[in-house]
Design a protein around this ligand. Structure first.
Ligand code: ZN
Length: 454
């Protein structure tokens, strides 16, 4: 029994009623509520309970995709009584989907046609896909659902959507053009296509799919504690987290990740080939718009350059981009912290403290779930890790993937105003081949202040 305070709720129907202040009489089922006359609906289903439905069998970590079963989140068609996942598809974009339905620009009964949408290259199947410990934050069969589960989708009359898509592209970055012009990279016609530094890249987009018992275990909490905090701190956004302890899979409304592979994708999981890897967490201000307050874009493009070199040397280069803006605190919090730093005397000694004052913590990226994508790709060791983060390093090593060499960002690529960030991070445990400053010395590492700017 899930430990919510439900025992005191009188019930005439045997349902577990969610709350004392339910907007209906205690003797009525709480799961359906009548809306006002202005509402387009007569009633709305707030949540479901185990006795309401027969979910399509879903058993995480089984030895075949058929035994594992499809992931069904949508309530459409017969989904309301057959769904086996909480939440909605497409991460945070599920809200736009709801707007499209609500504004009548998308028909609720639209059936996707996946003709020619199949992966542009194949990712070799891995043992980890059939292990409920290794992969708990994505659906290992998310790219194959239209093939694997088309029949069950039709026979059960439910929607089964892909959560992974695999494609190919060219990319152009001015830093890579510079690398070719300066002679750091050679044009080989395969990875570096031309003298403009255009790159051939293989890409994989992944949406989050959480197996709740596994996620709880990674964080060292119980599944009940995880469900409670997800339910309460999102202000009750997903009541089934509480009312459906029998449903173990949750599609959270958060950003996903993208894998960028340079060189032959098959080499990624080949232990005889060297692998260079950059794990990058989103920083829109620097990555896209070139803000000089941090080292994000310089490290991103350095990581891509090194990944390309590894691919040109016969190995493999991978860059994985996680949508975790501003240490997963979001850009509003990030800018508030910038203001507090710039008004308060921007020193490396105060760097983390400023974030802690506003956000309560210095970081919410929680790297515990990050290594899943490495396991899914079949990565068993990392020859050259293009990251200084101890949190990323420790999370990967704890999942049993050794890191053979760590490559810090070269000093000449660090913008002057971002010394505050990088020196504070090095002092707190980031990897470096160079100097680790004392706490006293950090007081003298100062960023540009506003009177210098405006
Ligand atoms: Zn940044």
């Amino acid at each position: 029994m899930y430990p919510v305070d439900i025992e005191t709720m009188p019930s005439s129907c045997g349902h577990n009623h969610g709350h004392h202040e339910a907007p209906v009489a205690a003797s009525e089922p709480v799961k359906q509520v009548s809306l006002s006359k202005s509402s387009p609906l007569d009633t709305i289903t707030l949540t479901t309970y185990p006795e309401d439905s027969t979910p399509i069998a879903l058993s995480w970590g089984e030895s075949s995709p058929e035994e594992r079963g499809p992931i069904v989140a949508s309530r459409d068609r017969e989904g309301l009584v057959k769904h086996n996942a909480i939440g909605a598809h497409s991460g945070s974009y599920c809200v736009y989907h709801a707007l499209a339905i609500g504004s009548k620009q998308l028909k609720k009964d639209h059936v996707a046609d996946y003709t020619n949408a199949q992966p542009a290259f194949s990712v070799p199947e891995q043992k980890t896909w059939y292990n409920k410990e290794d992969i708990i934050a994505m659906d290992p069969f998310g790219h194959l659902t239209p093939v694997l589960y088309d029949e069950v989708s039709k026979s059960e009359n439910v929607e089964v959507r892909p959560t992974i898509a695999i494609t190919k592209a060219h990319m152009q970055l001015f830093e890579l053009k510079d690398a070719v012009e300066q002679g750091r990279l050679k044009v080989d016609g395969k990875v570096v296509i031309n003298k403009n530094g255009d790159l051939n890249v293989s890409k994989i987009a992944v949406e989050p799919v959480w197996y709740l018992p596994g996620v709880a275990k990674r964080f060292g909490i119980t599944e009940d504690e995880l469900r409670t905090s997800l339910f309460e701190d999102t202000n009750g956004m997903y009541p089934e987290l509480v009312t459906r302890p029998d449903i173990k899979v949750f599609l959270p409304p958060i950003g996903g990740l993208t894998v960028y592979i340079f060189g032959d994708p098959k080499f990624v999981s080949d232990p005889s080939k060297k692998l260079a890897l950059r794990i990058h967490d989103e920083c829109n201000g620097s990555d896209v718009f070139g803000s000089d307050i941090c080292t994000c874009r310089p490290y991103l493009t350095f990581g891509i350059e090194e990944a390309v070199k590894e691919a040109q040397n016969g190995g493999s280069g991978v860059c994985i981009y996680f949508r975790k803006e501003g240490r997963a605190l979001g850009e509003v919090t990030k800018y508030l912290v910038y203001n507090a730093r710039k008004r308060g005397g921007d020193t490396a000694a105060e760097y983390f403290h400023r974030t802690e004052c506003i956000a309560g913590v210095r970081d919410m990226r929680f790297q515990q779930l990050m290594p899943d994508i490495l396991k899914w790709l079949g990565i068993t060791k990392i020859d050259r890790m293009l990251s200084m983060s101890n949190m990323k390093h420790d999370a990967i090593v704890e999942q049993g993937i050794p890191i053979l060499e760590r490559i810090p960002l070269p000093d000449e690529l660090i913008p002057p105003d971002s010394r505050v960030e990088i020196d504070a991070k090095i002092n707190s445990g980031y990897f470096t081949n160079g100097k680790v400053m004392t706490t006293e010395e950090l007081k003298n590492v100062r960023g540009r202040e506003w009177h210098d700017v405006l």
